[in-house]
Design a protein around this ligand. Structure first.
Ligand code: PMP
Length: 287
């Protein structure tokens, strides 16, 4: 069945949706995106994702094309039109299509941003076989640009990193800068030692994960101590547990780093507990 997608104000069958070849998202990766999870047909952390969208657009001097209620309406309309129960909504805003290729930003008066949204169904989102087994990660150099706090569509290196992991029999890669873990290719990275959750502090070096903010809040409410500081690869390999967070994986246990098993090589109890709490609380707060 063909999906209904949203392009610049219109709801269209996916085969009929089009974006210009001059779009700066296509030519220059000049655009930002968000991914909002849908559970029970409802949006998880919608306002967090919108706040980050607003910030990403602002950092790139792209005007936000819609207000909160308009964004919410498009999200809900796509959920309804596609009968989406479990999955996600992908949203992308680019600097638009000036009709030529030029390094200079086009005049926003004559070149409006391009807006695309589509749904992706994922029936295994909550009862995930991967979460039962846990993920293996490798470590790779973090050679991305210096503004990883902006959620741009330049995802080539993270994509290559994931392929490097798969080719080595692992599931994902953690990126490393000056010996310290920044984040996963598409998630924030955590270790647990003696019951303390450690994750890198927010800066331009990492994406400010919406799931990260929620999980740290739930952890503190559950009296689990949290340390927001950098950790080395060696410290990670010696940890009791590890996990990653993202909108599309929630809390996902990590059971091995560069072939070194953590604990007994199965998902740790605190990571599993945090996953349960996150899913339960997010379901309650979904809109
Ligand atoms: N870091 C990176 C590099 C990511 O791509 C993502 C997911 N888009 C995250 C962290 C997690 O962010 P969120 O919890 O908002 O999905």
């Amino acid at each position: 069945m063909s999906r209904t997608v949203y392009v610049n104000g219109a709801y269209l069958p996916e085969d009929a949706a089009q974006v210009s070849i001059f779009d700066r998202g296509f030519l220059m990766a000049d655009g930002v995106y968000e991914v909002t999870t849908v559970i029970d047909g409802k949006l998880i952390d919608f306002d967090g994702h919108l706040a980050r969208l607003e910030r990403s657009l602002g950092e790139l001097d792209i005007a936000n094309p819609m207000d909160r209620d308009q964004w919410l309406e498009v999200h809900r309309e796509l959920v309804a039109r596609n009968g989406l129960e479990l999955g996600m909504i992908y949203l992308q805003v680019t600097r638009g299509a000036p009709g030529d290729r030029d390094f200079l930003f086009p005049d926003p008066e004559t070149t409006p941003p391009t807006v695309v949204l589509f749904t992706q169904s994922n029936p295994a989102l909550v009862d995930s076989p991967k979460a039962q087994k846990g993920m293996k990660v490798i470590t790779i150099d973090d050679i991305r640009w210096g503004r990883r706090d902006i959620k741009t569509v330049q995802l080539l290196y993270p994509s290559m990193g994931k392929m490097m992991a798969i080719r080595q029999g692992a599931d994902d890669a953690w990126m490393v800068q000056d010996g310290e873990v920044t984040e996963g290719t598409s998630n924030n990275a955590y270790i647990i030692r003696d019951g303390r959750i450690v994750t890198r502090a927010l800066s331009n070096d990492i994406l400010h994960g919406i799931t990260r903010a929620a999980v740290l809040r739930f952890a503190r409410e559950a009296q689990m101590p949290v340390e927001e500081r950098s950790f080395t690869v060696d410290e990670a390999k010696a940890a009791d547990e590890a996990f990653v967070t993202s909108a599309s994986t929630f809390v996902m246990p990590v059971v091995a780093i560069d072939g070194v098993a953590l604990g007994d090589g199965t998902p740790g109890p605190l990571a599993r507990r945090l996953r349960e709490i996150y899913i339960e609380e997010s379901r309650k707060a979904a809109i």
